[in-house]
Design a protein around this ligand. Sequence first.
Ligand code: AMP
Ligand code: ZN
Length: 472
Amino acid sequence: MGLRIFNTMGRELQDFEPLQGKKVGMYGCGPTVYTYAHIGNLRAYVFQDTLVRTLRWLGYDVTHVMNITDVGHLSGDDDTGEDKMVKSAQERGKSVLEIAEFYTKAFFTDTERLNINRPTVICKATEHIADMIQLIERIEKNGYTYFAGGNLYFDVTKFPAYGKLARIKLEDLQAGARVDIDENKRNPHDFVLWFTKSKFENQALVWDSPWGTGYPGWHIECSAMSMKYLGEQFEIHTGGIDHIPIHHTNEIAQSESATGKQWVKYWMHNEFLILDKEKMSKSSGKFLTLQTLIDAGYDPLDYRYFLLSGHYRSQLQFNYDALNTSKASRKSLMEKIWNLREKAEPKALAVSSPGVAGHLNAFRSAMEDDLNTPRALAEVYMVLKDTSLSPEEMLSLIAEFDTVLGLRLLEEQKKADVLPADIVAKVEKLIQERTDAKKNKDWARADAIRAELLAMNIILEDTKDGTKWKLQ
Ligand code: AMP
Ligand code: ZN
């Protein structure tokens, strides 16, 4: 059948056809690193990861670019409110760069725990100011800008296609627009490309530019960095649905007014994760992080499983009952897989077997159908139920599916979840005692503990990150 995806531009399912051969350029808006990512944000990154995994599994050569916003993002996407980075730095008594570094690290710790593959290119806004200035100069040269009150603005009336992605017409925008607090704007939806005067005095990070010393607007970073790494035209741009009306709309206006041609072919947006019927948002301060879930006894992969059990274009209501269901499903799935592994190990897939080919096709057509992960996940259970398959075939199929699902279905060790909590606590206490014994060079005690654990069927492995254990 071939891959079909829902293109927000046009609001329809379309056959996926790269601009050239099998090469795919994909840009996903990354985090603004002024605080921890909440589990709603992480939905956007699990979605990006699932998309990249699927494309690669289908044989595409994907370059995945993700930005890190460490400058210029105000609390309102439309240039209103406070500077998120500066506010966070002030509240925490740190510099903006310290804040950025700390939360960037925290972000990648979370993505690793969710088994999200690292993008091919990770680019920080503050390291690409020269690229942004060059792009703004092109936009200016083409006549789309004006300078007012010390800032350089994009004039949306000069770009007739403005609002096409969000399906908003400029006339409607103007008629219905709220009174904007920025008096320098000629039209309410004009936006800043470069600030030299803002309402924030002592802006922490500033750079020289043809328009004066200042800093870039938020939207320009994505236009500049995506084109730097992917060229002036590329295949896919992703983000959460909140980015459609302003951020992505403005990114298109900037990029296409600079180059005079279509910028992105397919726009893909994930729906929200909802908490108590409200969109989970960082700025409200009330949000759940991945660490909150871990502290409550969940494995990050329980959350990944929960996300995959919904389609990326459907709203997903988060609550602990739903997460418990995912945790229990994943546990029983892992138990089935561990039982199989006592009989066989996965091998290279022999697609010649009709049973194997049938499941592979079903899984492929689920993913090709606009990334239908609930159906793809169900196919794992179909495999486990199919008595015509050998244990080896089952495991081989599951290993293949897992390259797309990223649930570590075969990597995970049989351990804590299948043992009662008091035994797990005892094992961990003994391991700590052994570590202490080794520190004190009490080798006899260390060996005795290893033997005691072995008698409980626990095998130890000493790694650079400490002692790991698994069931024999
Ligand atoms: P930010 O760090 O605020 O720029 O957001 C990072 C990503 O998370 C963006 O792609 C947003 O569209 C997305 N996002 C924000 N809130 C949610 C939510 N509640 N559910 C799903 N995605 C979200
Ligand atoms: Zn962006």
